[in-house]
Design a protein around this ligand. Structure first.
Ligand SMILES: NC(=O)c1ccc[n+]([C@@H]2O[C@H](COP(=O)([O-])OP(=O)(O)OC[C@H]3O[C@@H](n4cnc5c(N)ncnc54)[C@H](OP(=O)(O)O)[C@@H]3O)[C@@H](O)[C@H]2O)c1
Ligand SMILES: [Zn+2]
Ligand SMILES: [Zn+2]
Length: 348
């Protein structure tokens, strides 16, 4: 057992503050990673706030973890001390259900163990995330980082990356298709990059007029202002696929109207009841409304390799660990270009 430094929140209105936590000793199948960078996902804010009513306090957020291996267990085969390694949103699953067998650990029928806030036999009783100096996890949930992907822009691939890559792949996004990415934040900017890399015609659909130029720099062919009913009306019925990253409940009506017959909108952002869905929009047009949760371990590795092959990194603002509360505040105002990443050297 080792006591390490972390940042945690003790309740829904609490600031995220320095806290010592215990990590389990390295078991035969475990890898210990000294964390260098951890991305700040909007999910971290939802958990600190207890927006989804499932937070176990104190919560140590962080599931976009990149660092160096410091120790491996006796049965570990693919990692050694000194290797670069990463952890995303999952650290365990049952391994035997039909979904786990298909590599869909995120849909484990017996419940996956998330990188933070999940029940565990580890010290503390709940998993603790990457707002900390080190982490211990099973080798089978550790990812390898292609050599050409360097620096803090790697970390957000572990959640924002896989959460956008997985649905684009699952719905077979390919050249010639028209794809809209709704919300230009951490997930959205990765969605634009992947949509572009997969050959689609990509439109950034944003509520922030000033983000248009950035959206084009990130690879968007077009920019559509979601606050303009006129602009949306002109694009009605033209999209094959929409990836919706808006983090809160909102009216889906204007977005569903954008879909072609047989088009699909995949909601990845608002993990909560959506108050306004008009089924008539689905029925007249055979449109689909669907969702997607992160991605499995094999697909996350595939995504990292795809990023390596296509030189894809996240656009980041690096912050100190003690800047986390200010970063949350800015994210609440949609003011981040386009992912905060914590430099964990500022915690040790
Ligand atoms: N499904 C999954 O597996 C999964 C994985 C990770 C995260 N998530 C969830 O995905 C959501 C987005 O995460 P993120 O880290 O990308 O967040 P983020 O960086 O804060 O970006 C969200 C973006 O959505 C837009 N937005 C925010 N509030 C809005 C509102 N009230 N109405 C319309 N648009 C709004 C803004 O873009 P514009 O300024 O361009 O409008 C904002 O930049 C969160 O709820 C998170 O919990 C889900
Ligand atoms: Zn996340
Ligand atoms: Zn399972």
């Amino acid at each position: 057992m080792s006591v390490i430094k972390s940042y945690s929140a003790s309740g829904p209105k609490a600031r995220v503050i320095p806290t010592n936590i215990e990590r389990r000793p390295v078991g035969p199948n475990d890898v210990q990673i000294a964390i260098e960078h951890c991305g700040v996902c909007h999910t971290d804010i939802h958990f600190v706030n207890n927006d989804w009513g499932m937070t176990n306090y104190p919560v140590v957020p962080g599931h976009e973890i990149v660092g160096r291996v410091t120790e491996v267990g006796s049965s570990v085969k693919n990692f050694k001390a000194g290797d670069r390694a990463a952890i995303g949103c999952l650290v365990d699953s049952c391994g035997v259900c039909v979904n786990c067998e298909k590599g869909l650990e995120q849909y484990c029928l017996n419940g996956f163990t998330a990188t933070y806030n999940s029940e565990t036999t580890d010290p503390g009783g709940f998993t603790y995330g990457g707002y900390s100096t080190s982490v211990v996890a099973k080798e089978s949930f550790i990812l390898s980082i292609p050599d050409n992907l360097k620096g803090p822009g790697v970390a957000p691939l572990l959640c924002a990356g896989i959460t956008t890559y997985s649905p684009l792949r699952n719905w077979n996004i390919s050249p010639g298709q028209k794809v809209g990415v709704i919300g230009l934040g951490g997930l959205g900017h990765m969605g634009v990059k992947f949509g572009r890399a997969l050959g689609a015609q990509v439109t950034m659909i944003t509520s922030s007029e000033q983000k248009g130029e950035d959206a084009r720099m990130l690879g968007a062919h077009e920019v559509l202002l979601s606050t303009s009913a006129n602009a949306l009306a002109k694009e009605a019925g033209s999209f094959d696929f929409l990836l919706n990253t808006i983090p809160v409940d909102h009216d889906l009506t204007p977005f569903l109207e954008l879909l072609k017959t047989d088009g699909a909108m995949c909601v990845v952002g608002a993990v909560e009841p959506l108050s306004k869905v008009n089924a008539a929009q689905l029925i007249f047009g055979r449109r689909s409304l669907t969702g997607s949760l992160i991605g499995g371990i094999a697909e996350t590795q595939e995504m990292l390799n795809f990023c390596g092959g296509n030189d894809i990194l996240s656009e980041v603002e690096v912050i100190r660990m003690d800047g986390i509360n200010e970063a949350f505040e800015r994210m609440r105002k949609s003011d981040v270009k386009y992912r905060f990443v914590i430099d964990l050297a500022t915690l040790s």
